[in-house]
Design a protein around this ligand. Structure first.
Ligand SMILES: Cc1cc2nc3c(=O)[nH]c(=O)nc-3n(C[C@H](O)[C@H](O)[C@H](O)COP(=O)(O)OP(=O)(O)OC[C@H]3O[C@@H](n4cnc5c(N)ncnc54)[C@H](O)[C@@H]3O)c2cc1C
Length: 336
C-alpha cells in the first residue's frame, strides 16, 4: 500500500480541471488487500482512471484506487476461458491483449477510456454491446467493514449504464478484480449503424472480431475528442427514455427526432440529437464548452474549472427541459 499526501490529480481526470487530494491511498498488489483498514463512516472516494468524473470542488479529503493489473486464467475449455483481471488494468489494453490471445466478446468496447475496475460500475457499453454480457463475477472489498465480497453477474443487477455498484449501499465497495467469460469462437456483432456503414464502405462482407475492433477504433478516433488533448468525460448525459405517447407528441413538432425502442411502452432518444437541435454545438461558457462535432460531449476548452463545466451542464439541461419537456440525467459522476 502506498499513501500520497497533497497529491495533484488534475492530469488524472477526464476533464483535467484543477484537483488536489489530501490523502491518496494506492492498493498496488493482491497481498495489500489484507492490510486495508475498515474505514467505518469515513470512506475515501473510489477512483479508477478518473475519466468519468466531474470534480466541481478543487480539493477532496481522501481517495483510494486499486492499481493492481494482474491477469490470471481461472478456467479454460475448448470454447471459453474465464480470465481474472486486476481492477487497475487499462480497459483498452486488456481487450487488445485478449484479442491477441484469440479471446473474443469485448471487441465492440475498444477505446473506452478508463480501467477494468470501473467497467462494471456503469456497465460500460458501446456499438451494440455492454460489458455485462461478458462479466462472470466481480470481486472486491466493502471499505466500511473491510469485508471481502464476490458478486455473480446476476447479483450485480446490470441495466443500461447502471449496476448495484451505483446504489447508495454499495458506494463503499472497492472492486479489486473482475472475472470475464470470453469466447474462443467468434460471434461478431456488426449490426450497429456506424459499424455497418464502415464495413459497407470498406467492402468487408463477413467481418471478424478483429475487424470490428479496428473499425470501432477508427470510428471512435474520428468522432470523439481524445481526453489527453481536450479534457472531457465522453457522453455527459444519458440518453433519456420516454414513453411512446410523449414521443409521438414531440414528433409532431420535431418530425426528424430519432428514437430507439426500449420496450412496448418506452423509447430511447439520443441526448446528442436533442442538444444539437437546441443549438448548443460549439457553445462556450468561460473555459467550458460543448464539442463542435459531438453535442453530447462537454469539454474543457480553455483552462476551465469544474464549476464552469457544471454551470454549462445546467444551462444545457434547462434548455432541453424548456424545449422538449425532457430532463437530462448526467452519465458523468459529479463531485460537487
Ligand atoms: C472520450 C470518452 C469516451 C467514452 N466513451 C464511453 C463509452 O463509449 N461507453 C461508456 O460506457 N463509457 C464511456 N466513457 C466513460 C468512461 O470511459 C467509463 O465510465 C469508464 O468505465 C471510466 O473508467 P475510469 O477508470 O476512468 O473510472 P473513474 O472515472 O475513475 O470512476 C467512474 C466510476 O467508477 C467507480 N470506480 C472506478 N474504479 C472503481 C473500482 N476499482 N471499484 C469500485 N468503483 C470504481 C468510481 O467510484 C466512479 O463512480 C467515455 C469517456 C471518455 C472520456
Amino acid at each position: 500500500m502506498n499513501i500520497l499526501h497533497n497529491h495533484d490529480l488534475t492530469q488524472s481526470t477526464g476533464f483535467k480541471t484543477p484537483l488536489h487530494v489530501r490523502k491518496y491511498i494506492l492498493i498496488e498488489h493482491e497481498k495489500d488487500i489484507e492490510t486495508i483498514p475498515a474505514f467505518g463512516n469515513d470512506i475515501p472516494l473510489i477512483i479508477g482512471g478518473g475519466t468519468n468524473y466531474l470534480f466541481v470542488k478543487t480539493e477532496i479529503d481522501s481517495a483510494i484506487s486499486y492499481t493492481g493489473s494482474e491477469i490470471t486464467v481461472i478456467e479454460d475449455s475448448n470454447l471459453t476461458s474465464v480470465i481474472r483481471v486486476g481492477a487497475g488494468k487499462v480497459w483498452h489494453e486488456f481487450i487488445i491483449e485478449m484479442l491477441d490471445n484469440g479471446l473474443f466478446g469485448l471487441e465492440n468496447l475498444v477505446l473506452i477510456p478508463g480501467t477494468v475496475g470501473a467497467a462494471p460500475v456503469q456497465n460500460i457499453g458501446a456499438y451494440g454491446r455492454e460489458v455485462a454480457e461478458s462479466i462472470q463475477t466481480v470481486h472486491g472489498i466493502q471499505l466500511s467493514s473491510g469485508m471481502r465480497v464476490s458478486l455473480s453477474n446476476e447479483q450485480c443487477q446490470f441495466t443500461y449504464r447502471h449496476s448495484i455498484f451505483k446504489t447508495k449501499d454499495w458506494n463503499d465497495f472497492l472492486i479489486t478484480h473482475v472475472d470475464f467469460l470470453l469466447q474462443k469462437i467468434e460471434y461478431p456483432m456488426a449490426h450497429y449503424p456506424d459499424v455497418q456503414a464502415y464495413f459497407t464502405q470498406q467492402e468487408i462482407h463477413e467481418p471478424h472480431c478483429l475487424d470490428i475492433a479496428h473499425a470501432i477504433m477508427d470510428i471512435r478516433q474520428r468522432k470523439l475528442p481524445d481526453p489527453s488533448i481536450i479534457g472531457n468525460a465522453g457522453s455527459f448525459f444519458k440518453n433519456p427514455i420516454i414513453d411512446i405517447s410523449t414521443y409521438q407528441t414531440l414528433k409532431s413538432t420535431y418530425p426528424d427526432m430519432p428514437s430507439y425502442p426500449v420496450d412496448d411502452k418506452t423509447v430511447k432518444i439520443p441526448a446528442g440529437w436533442l442538444i444539437d437541435k437546441a443549438g448548443w454545438k460549439g457553445f462556450r461558457h468561460n473555459g467550458a464548452g460543448v464539442h463542435e462535432h459531438q453535442a453530447l460531449v462537454l469539454i474543457n476548452a480553455n483552462d476551465a474549472f469544474g464549476a464552469d463545466i457544471y454551470a454549462l451542464s445546467h444551462m444545457v439541461q434547462n434548455s432541453i427541459l424548456t424545449m422538449y419537456g425532457i430532463t437530462l440525467e448526467p452519465e458523468v459522476n459529479i463531485i460537487a
